[in-house]
Design a protein around this ligand. Structure first.
Ligand SMILES: Nc1ncnc2c1ncn2[C@@H]1O[C@H](COP(=O)(O)OP(=O)(O)OP(=O)(O)O)[C@@H](O)[C@H]1O
Length: 334
């Protein structure tokens, strides 16, 4: 299958006029041709297949929003080749817009003073959505995003969680093949985040909508995106499954053994003691090949073992380790 999005050596450099201080400086700046170059995206390559859900992750200023803006046609790349649905997005912005949906968490596409429903109606005209399809989609989205109670209320009266659901529905009314989301859960409470994540996973799975999202909330990635693209300083550092990232960093699972009473010091070859709380002993499993059975066999009977808890490393820890070790891991993504 041909990729739905492909980027080959894509770069974006912003040129900013150097400003000089003071009134005299401001006048000089008017005639100056002295620019600072800001390299927001530097030679990024990847290919995304139809139906994938991909998280685009990186620290502040890493170039995530700039990449999303290039894929949606808002910005023109200054280097490389970018293709979205077989077209250069910036050169075919209108055609591209008809086949993609965009949600920017920090910016609204809805009309502030109008009821939500009226913004949707305007979209129906803009995208020329056939009446029946529009009706079906609105009914589906209203149910799935639980919007019935606020469809007729002006956008300015909505809570952030309601507005975000309304934004996502707005971006999907014209059945886009790709949905781009820039920080879709920013500022939402736990319940609202959960609703948004569940819905995005569902349309990805049930309707095959390709999803590309940037986020700082790693749970978004964990729940929606099997694939992760990680960038820093404009460059791509990792492209692959979250599972592979975990494995490449060593899985470092945590194991807690709880005993009826403190059995005294326990040393194991299969696990490293991380903390000793008397009756509860916390270990780290450094070796991925070691199983829980191996550890239990080594602990053996007779210590009054009551409970065992095995935890996978959480995603925050995996990503933190990744960025701490990035000079060793950087290189061509596979
Ligand atoms: N229009 C612009 N003009 C000049 N520089 C810009 C412009 N837009 C972005 N930049 C710069 O490009 C770099 C990448 O910015 P971008 O917004 O893509 O990062 P980001 O990864 O989305 O960051 P954040 O997580 O903070 O939103 C930053 O150094 C930013 O200051």
């Amino acid at each position: 299958m041909a990729p739905i999005i492909s980027a080959a050596g894509v770069g974006k450099t912003f040129r900013q006029l150097k400003r000089q201080s003071g009134f005299g400086g401001a006048i000089k700046s008017l005639f100056s041709r002295d620019y600072t170059e800001i390299r927001a995206v530097a030679g990024v390559s990847f290919a995304i297949e139809p139906g994938e859900a991909v998280g685009y992750l990186g620290p502040n200023g890493a170039g995530k929003s700039t990449m999303i803006k290039m894929m949606t046609g808002i910005l023109t790349p200054s280097a490389g080749t970018l293709s979205v649905l077989g077209r250069e997005p910036h050169a075919h912005r209108m055609t591209n817009a008809a086949e993609i949906g965009v949600v920017f968490g920090q910016r609204s596409q809805l009309w502030w003073d109008l009821p939500v429903r009226d913004s949707y109606d305007l979209n129906r005209h803009i995208y020329d959505i056939p009446e029946a399809r529009f009706g079906d989609n609105l009914a589906y989205l209203t149910t799935m995003l639980d919007m019935a109670s606020f469809l007729d209320r002006p956008v300015r009266q909505l809570s952030l969680g309601q507005r975000m659901r309304a934004e996502i529905a707005m971006a999907l009314l014209h059945d886009p093949k790709i949905l781009f989301l820039d920080e879709p859960t920013i500022g939402l409470d736990v319940v609202a985040k959960d609703a948004v994540r569940k819905f995005l996973s569902e349309i990805n799975r049930d309707r095959g909508t390709t999803i590309i999202l940037t986020t700082h909330d790693l749970v978004d990635i964990e729940e929606i995106c099997p694939r992760l693209i990680m960038v820093d300083d404009g460059k791509l550092l990792f492209d692959g499954e979250l599972k592979r990232l975990r494995a490449s960093l060593g899985s470092r699972r945590r194991l807690t053994l709880e005993f009826a009473t403190d059995p005294g010091p326990i040393t194991l070859t299969t696990a490293t003691l991380a903390a000793d709380d008397g009756a509860a002993k916390h270990f780290i499993l450094e070796d991925e090949a070691v199983s829980l059975i191996d550890v239990l066999n080594e602990v053996g009977r007779g210590h009054g073992l009551q409970d065992v808890k095995l935890e996978e490393p959480d995603i925050e820890e995996v990503i933190r380790t990744f960025y701490q070790n990035k000079p060793n891991l950087a290189g061509p993504a596979s």
